[in-house]
Write a protein that binds this ligand. Sequence first.
Ligand code: SAJ
Length: 419
Amino acid sequence: MFKTLSVIGLGYIGLPTAAVFASRKVRVYGVDVNENTVSTINRGGIHIVEPDLDIIVRAAVTEGYLSASTKVSAADAFIIAVPTPFKENHVADLTYIEKACQALAPVLEQGNLVILESTSPVGATEKIAEWLAIARPDLTFPQSHGESSDIRIAHCPERVLPGHVLRELVQNDRVIGGMTPACSAAAVALYKTFVKGDCVITNSRTAEMAKLTENSFRDVNIAFANELSMICDKLDINVWELISLANRHPRVNILQPGAGVGGHCIAVDPWFIVDSCPDQARIIRMAREVNDSKPEWVLDKVKQQLDVWHKANPDAGRSHAKVAVLGLAFKPDIDDLRESPALDIALELADTGCQLLIVEPNITALPKQFSQPEVVLTDVRSALDADIICVLVRHSAFSVIKPELANHNAVVDAVGLLR
Ligand code: SAJ
């Protein structure tokens, strides 16, 4: 039924999705505004870190099932997988979705299916129908409860975990939020090309809210853990031990405290609910505030250690203190620095004028924001020379220095590496 597919947005979700469809012999046209991304993919390469993605992209390109372009081609179905960031005041920015609609509207044909995968505020899928209807008055589009239409539209949110994308794409259940039952049926038929989990049908608004709910649930649980970590610090209790004890209760399952909540999903999506219902979404807002405050709290802990060091070395200037930061990514064992609390903490530390040793095994060069010559990217063993060591991400590569770290006298362990 679906022989050709156009995937708009070839990032952390779009590219794996495109590659998995292509591996099932659907002819996939990938679209991205970034010319480097397009040429990398057309050479059979990838521009992101995700286990095994390189293998299936190379195979799909070599076999002629996947190609990329900056232009949208006609296809049986379209998947929109572009970013949905928020603006200054935490209001969702749908500009990329709107641009994707403008780009695909001219090639739309009767019978096509348009799917929004990007995490979106409630009502975004209906907006897509409105935008496309304005661009293509010659075609009919679904109303929320309408009859049949030329074009079918659905929201099928992605729910895969970075680092496990290829497995989760296939195994996870998929929420299928068609604007009409016919839209849902078409979307199920498309995803059943490779999804082994259940494709569960609902309407587009519930599908939008389901995705936001999943990430808000996790955010609230992490906020609880982060709040506990700050309480336990005051009460001189080891929070890691406390949580593992509490989690032995059959109905308690607390997540882990950390340096804050990063990434482009959990730190963003709950705000879409808060923005829609500011008076009702009180816990969701508070969780965001708690998690957003955690990097500052960790930074204060490092600064306290710096004060101790300066007291012990009264003649040494600021630039003599050597601080090591272990981890810059937004979570363990990935290269993604977007919305990373660890990166924010390291940038603030760089401004204090100390010598900063950064250990991030998943990148090969420091981001451009680090302009100071005293900041260097180094290996995990060199970090042990530092006067103060802060562990901001629990990368598996850091386990090798646990014994030395345990004997170091100035460690700020935000993630429980030494739990
Ligand atoms: N974190 C903690 N403590 C924990 C777990 C996570 O501090 O116990 C932090 C991480 O270090 C990171 C942030 O939370 O900074 C988010 O990491 P994550 O692994 O919880 O989630 P993401 O952002 O990589 O992926 C989430 C997933 N959502 C859920 O698990 C409900 C994923 O399934 C979604 O597809 C993804 O968001 C998305 O794209 O929305």
